[in-house]
Design a protein around this ligand. Structure first.
Ligand code: SAH
Length: 394
């Protein structure tokens, strides 16, 4: 029996987002389905009046029933994926060469490969397949990555809770090349870091903050710095190389603070003997002295779901209020949100409310966002999540 190419037909009017380039089809938009829509299967999507809209990957278990790969009638074979990977790689190689050997090679929807994340740490690649579609293509993707990057190792870090929404178990382990025996050493604007790609947070490092860390490096000379939510010390190492005078660092993770010590040694910054405080930043900040020149606030995402926004907003406000209180006159605050559901507008309002409560005059010097290796598909604004402000307190 001939296999029918599965397809979905949308309810009338529901084709608009797709026509504008949005890659997601929600199950509620579907009028009719034909053929085998099993998780990860490829198939076509049509408008209510029978117009072809594109080809993508299905997952009937997810609220996002289809993620679109192309709006053309074309064959999605290995050369299709090779070309998408090539386009992503060209951007990074052109923009980041000589600045860092650690970057996001493929940023999912932002690189028109929904559900696929690939990070590069020197000669090691780390892969995350977030959707059933990408999970099914893992073998092909690994082959294509090997032929483009010739890495020593590809490690799978698909151990992310999001996979449950796709009906997939978490997955983790070596998928190509040599076993990883210890941390992988990388360089970022002259700073060296050792990244634990097997056990570290995310794929081991917060690559998305690279450019913002470098901005801190440039204003750190002679400054007393407070680095809240420091993880393995990214911001502080940049500050150290930029000539900072003193550093205090807070994180709740013991392993992260162990890495911080290692990173100070690795960068020949032992002279600092930074003050490392393990604890809840909300509590710790309340007990600190009020004489910092620069404060970094880089908390984890408080609003992973829309319903978390009110609680998250209170959290951001409290932290920013504490930071304004602790800053000296002419002090700088680097404040971030990496919550998908926190808009620029709301984030700025929260920071504004904190400034008002602090009784200080505050200027916005600049906005900070994603670096070049975290591009966002213009038709998919949901892909933007990192929002930061540099503020000056008077
Ligand atoms: N600035 C870091 C990334 C920070 S990620 C960098 O550039 O690499 C957020 C960090 O916050 C994680 O390391 C996590 O361990 C820590 N964290 C989470 N909740 C916390 C809390 N309540 N108090 C202090 N640290 C916390």
């Amino acid at each position: 029996m001939m296999k029918i190419f599965p397809k979905i037909i949308l309810k009338r009017g529901k084709e608009k987002p797709i026509l504008r380039g949005h890659p997601w089809v929600f199950s509620g938009a579907v009028a009719k389905a034909e053929g085998d829509l099993s998780p990860g299967e490829m198939g076509e999507v049509y408008s209510g009046d029978g117009k072809f809209l594109g080809i993508g990957q299905f997952n009937p278990r997810s609220q996002i029933i289809l993620r679109l790969l192309t709006r053309k009638k074309e064959t999605l074979d290995s050369s299709f994926f090779r070309e998408r990977i090539l386009q992503a790689a060209i951007l990074r190689e052109r923009e980041l060469k000589g600045k860092t050997d650690a970057y996001r090679v493929i940023n999912g929807e932002g690189d028109f490969l929904p559900g696929l994340i690939v990070d590069r740490y020197g000669e090691t690649l780390v892969l995350q397949c977030l959707t059933a579609g990408m999970e099914r293509l893992k073998g092909l993707l690994v082959d294509l990555l090997v032929s483009h990057f010739n890495p020593k190792t590809i490690y799978d870090r698909s151990d992310v809770p999001y996979r449950r929404e796709e009906g997939l178990p978490e997955a983790k382990g070596l998928v190509y090349g040599k076993e990883i025996l210890g941390p992988v050493e990388i360089e970022e604007y002259g700073c060296r870091f050792r990244v634990d790609v097997k056990e570290g947070q995310k794929t081991g490092f917060y690559l998305d903050q690279r450019g913002n860390r470098f901005s801190l490096q440039k204003v750190s000379r002679g400054k007393k710095i407070l680095d809240c939510f420091c993880y393995s010390g990214g911001f502080s190492i940049h500050a150290g190389l930029g000539g900072a005078k003193e550093m205090t660092m807070i994180d709740s993770s013991e392993e992260a603070l162990e890495r911080v010590k290692d990173h100070f040694a690795l960068n020949h910054l032992e002279r600092f003997s930074p003050r490392l405080i393990k604890g809840d930043a909300f509590e710790v900040m309340r007990g600190l002295e009020t004489d910092y020149d620069v404060i970094v606030l880089d908390p984890p995402p408080f609003a992973k779901k829309k319903g978390h926004l009110p609680g998250a907003s209170r959290g951001y406000k409290d932290l920013n209020l504490q930071a304004f209180r602790l800053l000296k006159k002419e002090g700088l605050l680097f404040t971030f949100s990496c919550s998908h559901h926190m808009s620029w507008d709301l984030f700025q309002k929260i920071v504004f409310a904190a400034a008002v409560d602090s009784g200080k005059n505050v200027q916005v010097l600049s906005r900070m966002g994603h670096p070049i290796d975290h591009p966002v598909n213009l038709s998919h604004p949901e892909g933007e999540y990192l929002r930061g402000l540099v503020l000056r307190v008077l």
